[in-house]
Design a binder for this molecule. Structure first.
Ligand code: AMP
Length: 415
């Protein structure tokens, strides 16, 4: 069912959102982006005359009650965002009476789902090596189904709008869906947008397609790099990965971040790119620093000749030009991971050059998707989030979707 076609009048809707928002030491929300992201879905339900049961996780309480991770702390922020009162259920598994009493237009926020180990469905307090582990896992799966059934019993309809956890088969993100008929379960608006953005990248490709993969390590990005190799025209590999490639090609990378056990993998990626006709763009020069801090001494050098005691911390001017040349003509762009240690203001230049080129290409009609943790922080730091086509709210979920994996949270609804 599509949310736009559903009339929530007189229905109780249980909605899985991602309200895993950052809090300061006093429990105040420091960034409400995720709450705002869910508003179109939540407001549609209330405007139709439905009642809302909102559920989410926060942090990693590992199956135990932890007041520092209580969603009670964000109740008032949610109420303000929705423009209506919000009731709070201090035990998410014992909220049946409060849910039953909800009238149209009323809102109930459940306590952190992960206070129950059943939410994640992993046995707690038992080691994976323990012979009893498999039994404990089976028992936990049964308990997880029961927990999901309890949550489902509060409502007539289930909506999943939590893209950030769509790659997890948890009680509230996937298992719960089995308790609803196909016409009574659906993706929320935010999820629909995320799925559409990934679809633009994977199926509806306008060429040339340029993917920019940065960040610290090849090893964490290899799945996505291999998947993209079949799809892209240009593949820019930047950030800390640069030095593993430079070393694999016989360069001296000084003290740069380098995965010496991945040199063969780097050579293999280069070979595959050649075979598949992908234009692989690697940095040729870098801004090297003599200490891993913002105000260290710097010099521009070739990535193949970085002196001992120095480490490559950002893409150099020639590399930036190469990156720009591969980004500007693109009609589809995916950017994941910074080109340097962008957290230090003196090493933002490479990432900034990429961001500016992505923005320019977008103005010229490209579809640009920026996603996955640090690249989002990067475009936000530059104030450019509104100038790319789509900034994904999902980190791991986005990367898994682009790797071509089926996300359990979406499969549970779409079948
Ligand atoms: P990832 O989580 O793998 O996307 O990596 C993001 C991190 O990579 C950021 O914290 C960057 O500071 C870091 N990074 C990017 N370039 C470098 C580099 N040349 N040396 C060390 N870390 C880097």
């Amino acid at each position: 069912m599509k949310i736009d076609n559903y009339n929530f009048a007189g229905k109780k809707a249980i909605v899985r959102v991602d309200f895993n928002v950052p809090l300061d030491e006093n429990g105040h929300v420091t960034d409400d982006t995720r709450i705002r992201g869910a508003l179109p879905t939540l407001k549609k339900i209330l405007a139709d005359g439905g009642s809302l049961i909102i559920m989410s996780h926060m942090g990693k309480p590992k199956g135990k009650v932890n007041p520092k991770l209580s969603l009670g702390q964000i109740k008032d922020v949610v109420a303000k965002a929705l423009g209506t009162d919000v009731q709070f259920a201090p035990d998410c598994a014992k909220a049946a009476d409060q849910a039953a009493a909800l009238k149209p237009g009323e809102v109930l926020l459940l306590e952190n789902l992960r206070f129950y180990p059943e939410e994640e469905g992993k046995p707690v307090g038992i080691d994976k090596e323990d012979p009893a582990y498999e039994e404990a896992k089976k028992a936990m799966k049964v308990a997880q189904k029961e927990f999901a059934k309890t949550l489902a019993s509060y409502a007539d309809v289930y909506v999943n709008d939590a893209f950030g956890t769509a790659h997890r088969k948890h009680a509230s993100t996937a298992v719960i869906a089995d308790n609803f008929q196909p016409e009574d379960k659906m993706l929320g608006y935010l999820m629909e947008k995320e799925v559409q953005a990934v679809d633009n990248i994977l199926s509806d490709i306008k060429r040339p397609f340029t993917a920019i993969m940065g960040g610290s390590k090849v090893s964490t990005k290899i799945g996505i790099i291999e998947n993209l190799m079949d799809k892209v025209d240009n593949l820019i590999l930047c950030g800390g990965m640069t030095y593993t490639f430079a070393k694999a090609m016989g360069g001296n990378v000084g003290d740069s971040i380098c995965e010496t056990d991945k040199l063969d993998l780097a050579l293999d990626i280069m070979k595959k790119a050649k075979e598949k006709g992908v234009n692989l763009v690697l940095g040729v020069d870098c801004v090297a620093g003599n200490a891993f801090k913002n105000d260290c001494d710097t010099q521009i050098c070739s990535v193949m000749e970085i002196p001992e005691g120095w480490e490559g911390m950002d893409a150099g001017p020639k590399s930036r030009e190469l990156f720009k040349a591969a980004i500007l003509p693109a009609k589809t762009i995916l950017w994941n991971g910074p080109a340097g240690v962008f957290e230090f203001d003196n090493f933002t230049g490479g990432s900034r050059a990429i961001a500016d080129a992505v923005v320019e290409a977008t103005k010229n009609g490209a579809f640009s998707l920026v996603g996955g943790g640090d690249s989002v922080a990067c475009v936000n730091k530059f104030g450019l989030a509104d100038e790319v086509s789509y900034v994904s709210t999902g980190g791991g979920a986005l990367l898994e979707a682009i790797e071509g994996k089926i996300l359990p949270g979406i499969a549970a609804i779409k079948g």
